[in-house]
Ligand binder design. Structure first.
Ligand SMILES: [Zn+2]
Ligand SMILES: [Zn+2]
Length: 327
């Protein structure tokens, strides 16, 4: 197999030939057909997340086909198309797993962070954490749903019933969740980097009621806001943009420091909450909705060996939607 490997944080990924791997008990081997590039991959690259596997093959938005099945796996068959998400393993016995909050498991493994991921021609996955994808939809357009879509979906649920919904950072997750929110008959208010007129036009093309820079106030106070950009300075801006009793959801795994802010913008029962990871139930619920909503995923594809270029383009905001690597 071949892979783009991160040997050390803050160095480019290296195109590497590796011995073929075989699935152990409870595992499957998946031939990778497409793997999305997520902002979290940049945090792994930059060494911003604690205790990564090293060296590591990044990538946790994997679409592939099962080409080997380990002992004890049930319910999956050879050749089946599956999706491998960020949550790669849980212990199943800790207090969080026991109360159906496996996203907070005490002993998890995360794909492309603490176990090898999909920037490769093949990957090994825990079979219990693979989603059957069926045959509808292209490999490339499904890949970003595995994280941007899934964690976006979880953050949308945590935002609650909000009719007027603000989305800060209009990248891969927001462009998917804007379509879900519209389908749910919500109004979307999209916040991009200041001056990103192309991003604002993109948001409007997906049905946003209003789009502007993150330094602007929306025309009306919002019922909730979700922050997808890893920028702590957005927290006080979002708190100022929401009404009394509203929730501000931080959906990223990493954020720059949040600047201090006056208590009055949190006062009146505004809530600030983060969203961590996903549960398998989130995946089942969201993937069942995808065909009904007819989500249009905007993708830019790169050959697998161009992963460094894809990551640089993501960092610089050089494309709309999501980047996807194709082996
Ligand atoms: Zn657990
Ligand atoms: Zn991700």
């Amino acid at each position: 197999m071949r892979a783009m490997v991160l040997n050390k944080p803050r160095t480019p990924l290296e195109w590497t030939e590796l011995p073929d791997r075989h699935p152990g008990p409870g595992e499957i081997r998946v031939k990778v057909l497409a793997c999305g590039v997520c902002r979290t991959d940049l945090h792994v690259l930059d060494g911003e997340l604690p205790d990564p596997k090293s060296p590591i093959i990044p990538g946790h938005e994997i679409v592939g086909r099962i080409d080997e099945i380990g002992p004890g796996v049930t319910g999956l068959k050879m050749g089946e198309r599956v999706g491998i998400p960020w949550l790669g393993h849980t212990d199943g016995v800790c207090p969080y797993c026991m109360e159906n909050r496996e996203n907070l498991c005490d002993h998890p493994l995360f794909t492309g962070y603490t176990r090898d991921g999909g920037y490769a021609t093949a990957t090994i996955a825990d079979a219990r954490f693979a989603f059957s994808l069926g045959e509808t939809g292209s490999d490339v357009s499904l890949a970003p749903l595995l994280c941007a879509g899934l964690i976006g979906w979880r953050s949308l649920g945590i935002a609650g019933e909000a009719k007027k919904l603000g989305l800060y950072g209009f990248g891969a997750a927001a462009h998917i969740i804007a379509q879900v929110a519209k389908w749910q008959r919500r109004e979307v208010f999209a916040f991009t980097r200041p001056g990103d007129l192309a991003g604002q036009a993109f948001a409007k093309s997906l049905g946003a009621t209003w789009a502007g820079g993150s330094d602007e106030m929306p025309p009306v106070l919002l019922d909730a806001a979700i922050i997808y950009a890893p920028v702590g300075a957005l927290v006080p801006l979002a708190l100022r943009a929401v009404r009394k009793g509203a929730r501000v959801v931080c959906a990223g795994i990493h954020m720059s420091d949040i600047p201090s802010f006056p208590y009055c913008i949190l006062w009146e029962e505004r809530e600030l909450i983060s969203v961590a990871n996903l549960t398998r139930q989130d995946g089942v619920d969201f993937l069942a909705l995808v065909p009904k909503i007819n989500i249009v995923v905007k993708t830019t594809t790169y050959p697998l060996d161009q992963a460094n270029r894809a990551l640089a383009d993501l960092r610089a905001g050089r494309f709309e939607g999501a980047a996807v690597l194709v082996p």
